[in-house]
Design a protein around this ligand. Structure first.
Ligand code: K7E
Ligand code: RUQ
Ligand code: CUA
Length: 652
């Protein structure tokens, strides 16, 4: 510690000496700054571990859920600097998401018919994997509020697809990918009749169902293919978090559940509330699925079609040996498969211990039919004693688990204790604990859910910030805390306020695995990655009129929007298609039309469209919304809307 201070102190003095040409008149020494800001040696060390000088880059890039904002937050580690928000489910004007025709189409296609949803609750991001390692190509995230999955292209960080679940009314346990991203998992949560049918609550046990949807990802197309996706039907037990097996356990998936009681609350019935009714039993169920076999059965025509979607019913799944249950300590939350795929760690919110299941033992018990019985739907329940490797007493409220680069080392969040526990799950030994502020939910280590975690840092995702930041009113930011795990003792380094919703889960990838575009190929529709039909080159701009419709094919380049005048008749449907003709890095233009709720973001090479009905007559300036050059303010034009029935006159 002493030597660090001496080194920093000495070099600071040296720099000041040279920089000010020998006249270090107003410069403060390191000691002065420490005194003035009340910093300790420990603070200095933490600062040195996270501070990133101007122009510096981060070693890892994190993708965080944006919770109720329906977005994804991108930040760097260890600097914890926010780099971007990616709109997944919620309109965001700066990116033009939900404003350009191309993204409106995504929101529309990803919503129930006739009811375009404009928000989502993002929980679990998942980076695409090749052989169990992050490949930096795609990001998937679920919407807990309306069962959906968004597909984000990591070459331009734009949402390119949203798929709405055709059979669930509620979900939570997504998105999790299989080791080669063949499938993206999405588990149901609150049971309802599959496919959205009506059934009274009195038929809960017979008609209400849960399940897991296996969305087929077509890498070539960069799309989820709903026609090749399927769902394994499950009992109405409130399925929850899931994980896909890896290496030895590849081909299997695991899904927790709570409320094995199948309890439905209600004041009218005079019964206890949901909360109490759902924790009467001592155990809940881990659902164990052989998804490779399920996919084969679906391909062989053993599925049942519900809402145009293939469902493997419980009867078939049980008869074919695809679905098994194992008891879990009640009210479990996370299930996390170890990097070698040999174990899965399940945490029970209401318990103090985590249960480590052995995949080998699960397989053996299935083979030997070591059943403790079956559930009311005839699903075999494996005998707990014969499938567990260890139970480890960690503390109050264990929730989620991540892994280190060192084998057998895991980190589990303790919600009630507000701590992170580090332990050896092979031997069942606790190694260290660190306190966080306050109420940690998920936690994340670098590439910590892959077959090759990178260790180094851990982020604690805390639900409460309480007194950590300057007060900003009753709605507080949440708090991502960066923890150094490079040494045997964990050390808290930094607090980052998250001002955009509850960040449930976050994943971090080595920055060098990401290969984002600098500019688009000329005339790209960014929401498909393909050439935009309406793209034009400078000099080829045109206005095309076909009864009641006006299509403007324009370009944006410093410092002109072409065309500069567009005259239409009141009631015309107007479509502006603009291409940014710039090749220079970061020369983004915007396109807004006053009071018509239009804003496009046009990054270099991108083509985007805005279609609206010019239902109000008048004069509406349009302009670029990014300060792009000294003549930015001159980058404007006029939309002239003639009153209905009047003759053309302004002379475009
Ligand atoms: Cu993964 Cu917050 Cu959706 Cu746990 S959940 S805390
Ligand atoms: S103008 S450079 Cu809007 Cu004051 Cu910004
Ligand atoms: Cu283009 Cu301002």
């Amino acid at each position: 510690m002493k030597s660090l201070k001496r080194i920093l102190g000495a070099s600071t003095a040296a720099i000041i000496g040279f920089g000010a040409a020998g006249a270090a008149y107003s410069a403060e020494s390191l000691d002065d700054v420490m005194k003035r800001r009340g910093l300790s040696q420990k603070d200095l060390l933490a600062a040195a571990k996270t501070y990133t000088p101007t122009g510096g880059r981060d070693e890892f890039v994190a993708f965080s859920s944006g919770g109720q904002s329906g977005q994804v937050i991108v930040y760097g580690i260890p600097s914890m600097r926010i780099l971007k928000y990616v709109s997944a489910f919620t309109p965001e004007p700066w990116q033009g998401f939900g404003f350009d025709d191309e993204s409106k189409k995504i929101l529309e296609e990803g919503s129930p018919k006739g009811n375009v949803l404009t928000w989502g609750d993002t929980h679990h991001p998942a980076i695409s994997e090749t052989n169990g390692e992050y490949d930096g190509e795609w990001l998937f995230i679920n919407d807990k509020a309306n069962p959906r999955i968004a597909v984000i292209n990591l070459h331009d960080f734009e949402t390119q697809q949203i798929v709405a679940n055709p059979v669930f009314q509620s979900e939570h346990g997504g998105a999790f990918v299989t080791p080669n991203t063949d499938y993206v998992l999405e588990a149901a949560q609150y049971a309802a009749p599959l496919g959205g049918e009506y059934a009274p609550l009195s038929e809960f046990n017979e008609k209400y169902r849960g399940g897991v949807t296996y969305w087929k990802f077509d890498r070539e197309a960069g799309r989820i293919d709903p026609s090749k996706s399927f769902t394994v039907e499950m009992p109405p037990y409130s399925q929850d978090l899931s994980d896909a097996g890896k290496l030895v356990s590849d081909g299997w998936s695991f899904t927790n559940s709570f409320c094995s009681e199948r309890y439905v609350g209600g004041i009218e019935s005079g019964r206890p509330p949901f909360e109490a009714g759902c924790s009467a039993n001592d155990t809940d169920f881990l659902h164990i699925v052989n998804w490779k076999k399920a996919a084969e059965l679906i391909a062989a025509g053993k599925g049942k079609e519900i809402n145009g979607h293939q469902v493997l019913t419980m009867d078939v799944a049980v008869a074919e040996g695809v679905l098994f249950l194992a008891p879990e300590v009640k009210s479990p939350h996370g299930v996390d498969v170890t990097p070698d795929g040999k174990f899965l760690i399940v945490s029970g919110k209401l318990d103090t211990q985590v249960t480590v299941y052995s995949f080998e033992k699960l397989q053996q018990a299935i083979k030997d039919k070591k059943y403790a019985g079956e559930d009311p739907y005839g699903i075999p329940i494996l005998d707990l004693e014969s499938v567990i490797h260890k139970q480890i007493d960690l503390g109050l409220g264990p929730l989620h688990t991540q892994f280190d680069s060192t084998p057998c080392i895991a980190y589990t969040s303790l919600y009630v204790d507000s701590q992170v526990a580090k332990y050896n799950y092979c031997e069942g030994k606790i190694l260290d604990k660190v306190s966080v502020h306050y109420n940690i939910g998920h936690l994340m280590t670098m590439e910590g859910d892959t077959v090759a975690p990178k260790g180094k840092y851990l982020v604690a995702l805390n639900k409460l910030a309480i007194d950590r930041f300057n007060p900003v009113g009753p709605l507080h930011p949440q708090n991502h805390q960066l923890i150094d795990i490079g040494n045997s003792k964990m050390e808290l380094l930094y607090d980052m306020p998250i001002p955009l919703g509850e960040p449930h889960y976050v994943v971090a990838i080595s920055a060098d695995k990401l290969k984002p575009l600098v500019r688009y190929k000329y005339g790209t529709n960014s929401r498909t990655g393909k050439r935009h039909e309406a793209a034009v080159r400078p000099g080829r701009e045109k206005i095309v009129r076909t009864d009641g419709r006006v299509d403007i094919y324009g370009t944006a380049i410093r410092s002109h929007l072409t065309p500069e005048i567009v005259e239409v008749e009141q009631g015309d449907v107007v479509s502006f298609h603009f291409t940014n003709a710039e090749r220079a890095e970061d020369e983004t233009h915007g396109f807004a039309v006053d009071t018509y709720n239009v804003n496009l973001s046009l990054e270099p090479g991108k083509t985007a469209s805005a279609t609206f009905t010019a239902d109000r007559a008048g004069v509406f300036p349009y302009f670029c919304t990014e300060f792009c050059s000294a003549l930015h303010l001159e980058m404007q034009g006029y939309l002239i809307v003639r009153p209905k029935g009047t003759k053309a006159g302004s002379g475009e």
